[in-house]
Design a binder for this molecule. Structure first.
Ligand code: DGJ
Length: 749
């Protein structure tokens, strides 16, 4: 049993295999958060950790009577609110009909059941009845008929606990929520580092580790998408935590829109972390008998460092978030025409690329932006999801048939949420865009944002997408979204309700995505937002892979893919081999290295004009494609190890996949800087069986797992690395950016 309630002491204890989470209802009915960390015993009462002291300027609830040591400003709480004496970052700011800002929730009841709760209209983890257990605690606001339902599901085997919450207005008048976050974690100490993932377009999820200090650290997005700039995931860990050592807490929000995460160290060095829907322009009226559900938060704890924490997230997201035909199966290796042609393509050009691709074993052609409406540049066409017959003369169906005849599947690009002013859709329905009255909306990439909170917009998009998908044999869709939102004002909402517009957009988007995945269960969806601007668990519920970044430079990708791996399974990463000089950086990286980096992904493919590659590169493509097929299981179902940190190690970046039974591993390393007469580079594999014997790349020599993990493998010096990854036939290049791969296989000798 994962959830235990001590009726006498009113203590809730939730346990996973290696962690425990405890709450206690205090005598005033306040739900305290008393523990989250390494596993304790069922009978342990962690409330002893709370120190009660009378501290100046930290007042007391009225019903604490003469007890001046009981203060909401100091107590660790499960769902702290604004207005009644807690001055730290709150989860909720609630305004009653009389204008009072006060939310004081007290315990009312609980229930425990098998299986997983659901989150109304939003993505969430799923589980069979025997895979999770759920606790629902109901709190009631002290002076009104507003209830707060706190949901918890425990995934015992996965060391994961999820949370969500719902506000129910059982009163007679409407309430307003100005801020309503999904979860809070209170700790009674401050000895944490914060690890978070910031970035920008073409440079997402850059890992940054900082010491917490007094005050508030804020990570957020007000861009209408989870964004390139901050990811809705962060880690609090011991200051000395490493990949293999130390206590770490992961906090991940299953939401793809605006978010707020705040981490505060308070006056007495306690730490509070909160996360949920973004609070800018958030203002939600909840009418009598209505409710508001908050998105889910997925928490995981590891006492053995960051590596284990990532493994826990990889497993839970792969097995309990991603869905559909391609959740676990191998995805077709694709060629995407974007960097090969941009908007300048026609049927002949695409078929030429497809022919080359098919000869090399590639399995799918993806036709990117530019196939519809008047779309010869990014100034026009978005919204008109009708085939451009100037480019595809006979229409889509015969074209797809030709692609299929070459032995390739076919995929297509959409950007459903956007519209250009120069489009038929905008000419007919200018009122469908988000736009403030009497103002011209800000443009970005010359496009405006459709109001996804309008049912008729969702219906239009559903019909438009279905009519394309039904018109030909289309097996993949890349779902793009290419701007940050501004001027978020919805014509269908009254002025009191404009604070709902961002969230209603997300609910509409999720509704549309759900309708698409239900109607096309065999379709592979790849999420995208100018690369990884919406790389979050919310989107992974619909699309099991996401285009990781518009930056296809293999060397920059090392950091982007490294940062992404902290929370997201490798199977969810989309990565392509592209042309050199690279279109984003101008850097020239050997073809082999580009393949090694791109193949550390579940969505492996190419994005270049294959008719322009050399014979040697064609040969390498064949090998890369074969390897991607051969190593599919290892890469996607294996355990992923970060062997170096590219933000610290300037010389090389290495990573590894190990099969579940530890019989096989694939170690990859990319040289990022060369030095004259450089030091020997040693990469140390992990996750092997110490006493098992292994061979590398089928060579004669046999090593024990212990030897390889402790001694390591010497990487050939950079100036003797062949840029194309072949055996070191010659001391030829002296070039940076060489790559090596070692296939380690258990043997019986
Ligand atoms: C941004 C995407 O990330 C690119 O891969 C490409 O699809 C363009 N949009 C097309 O406009």
């Amino acid at each position: 049993m994962a959830i235990f309630f001590n009726e006498n002491k009113k203590i809730f204890t939730m346990s996973t295999n290696h962690s425990s989470y405890q709450m206690q209802v205090n005598p005033l009915g306040i739900l305290l958060h008393v523990y989250y960390g390494s596993k304790i015993c069922e009978q342990d009462e962690m409330g002893y950790l709370i120190s009660y002291r009378d501290r100046g300027f930290s007042g007391n609830p009225y019903d604490a009577l003469t007890d001046r040591t009981l203060s909401l400003d100091l107590l660790p709480q499960e769902y702290p609110t604004y207005g009644v004496g807690d001055y730290r970052v709150p989860t909720m700011e609630l305004v009653h009909a009389d204008g009072s800002y006060a939310a004081d929730f007290r315990y009312e009841s609980y229930c425990i059941k098998k299986g997983k709760y659901q989150v109304d209209g939003m993505p969430a983890l799923y589980a069979a009845e025997d895979e999770a257990e759920t606790l629902i605690i109901t709190l009631k606001e002290y002076a009104s008929d507003v209830r707060l339902l706190l949901y918890y599901s425990v995934f015992e085997e996965n060391d994961v606990i999820t949370r969500a919450a719902k506000i129910v207005n059982d009163g007679e008048s409407a309430i307003v929520l100005n801020r309503v976050l999904s979860a809070c974690l209170d700790f009674q100490y401050e000895d944490f580092d914060l690890i978070h993932f910031h970035g920008r377009h073409c440079m997402e999820r850059q890992m940054e580790r900082v010491n917490l200090m007094h005050g508030i650290h804020r990570l957020s997005s007000a861009r209408g998408a989870s964004s390139h700039h901050h990811n809705p995931f962060f880690i609090l860990c011991d200051k000395d935590a490493t990949e293999h050592y130390g206590k770490c807490y992961g906090i991940s929000l299953v939401y793809s829109g605006n978010f707020t995460a705040e981490i505060e160290v308070d006056q007495v060095n306690q730490t509070r972390a909160v996360i949920g829907i973004g609070d800018y322009q958030f203002h939600y009226n909840v009418k009598p008998k209505e409710s508001f559900m908050m998105p889910e938060v997925v928490m995981s704890y590891s006492e053995n460092g960051l590596q284990s924490l990532s493994h826990q997230y990889h497993k839970i997201y792969r097995h309990h978030l991603c869905r559909g035909k391609y959740q676990l199966t191998r995805r077709p290796i694709l060629i995407n025409n974007w960097e090969a042609t941009y908007f300048d393509f026609n049927e002949e050009k695409l078929l030429h690329i497809a022919e080359q691709a098919s000869e090399l074993g590639i399995e799918m052609l993806v036709m990117d932006d530019g196939w519809f409406g008047k779309r010869d540049s990014d100034y026009s066409g978005l919204g008109d999801w009708i085939v451009n017959t100037k480019k595809l003369k006979g229409g889509l169906k015969p074209f797809v048939e030709k692609v299929n005849a070459l032995g390739l599947k076919f995929g297509i690009w959409f950007e459903p949420e956007m519209v250009n002013e120069d489009s038929d859709l905008y000419r007919v329905h200018p009122e469908w865009v988000l736009q403030c009255p009497n103002r011209k909306p800000g443009r970005s990439r010359y496009q405006l944002v459709l109001d996804m909170g309008r049912k008729e917009v969702i219906d239009y998009l559903f019909d438009a997408i279905c009519s394309i998908l039904d018109s030909a044999n289309i097996e993949y869709v890349k779902w793009d979204m290419n701007r940050s939102m501004s001027d978020v004002y919805s014509n269908i909402l009254d002025k009191e309700s404009q604070g709902q517009a961002y969230h209603r957009y997300m609910l509409g988007l999720y509704d549309l995505l759900e309708r698409i995945v239900q109607r096309y269960p065999n379709l592979l969806l790849e999420g995208c937002s100018g690369g990884g601007g919406r790389f979050d668990p919310g989107m992974l519920y619909y699309s099991p892979q996401i285009w990781c970044s518009d930056d296809t430079d293999a060397i920059e990708r090392l950091k982007i893919q490294y940062g992404t791996s902290f929370c997201y399974p490798i199977s969810t990463v989309g990565a392509h081999v592209s042309a050199v000089p690279n279109h984003q950086t101008g850097r020239v990286v050997p073809y082999h290295t580009r393949g090694v980096v791109a193949s550390a992904a579940g969505g492996f493919g190419y994005e270049l004009d294959l008719s322009k590659v050399t014979e040697e590169e064609r040969r390498l493509t064949k090998i890369q494609v074969e390897n991607a097929k051969k190593y599919f299981d290892l890469v996607n179902n294996g355990t992923y190890y970060r062997l170096t940190n590219p933000f610290q190690n300037q010389t090389y970046t290495a990573w590894e996949f190990v099969s579940e039974d530890q019989s096989e591993a694939l170690v990859s390393a990319v040289i990022t800087k060369v030095y004259a007469n450089g030091a020997t580079l040693i990469v140390k594999p992990e996750g092997l069986q110490k006493d098992a014997l292994y061979q590398i790349d089928g060579k004669e020599q046999v090593y024990s797992g212990a030897a390889l993990m402790n001694g390591g493998i010497c990487i050939p010096l950079p100036n003797v690395l062949d840029p194309n990854g072949a055996e070191m036939q010659s001391v030829n290049s002296g070039k940076e950016y060489g790559a090596v791969q070692y296939h380690i296989v258990k043997c019986s000798k």
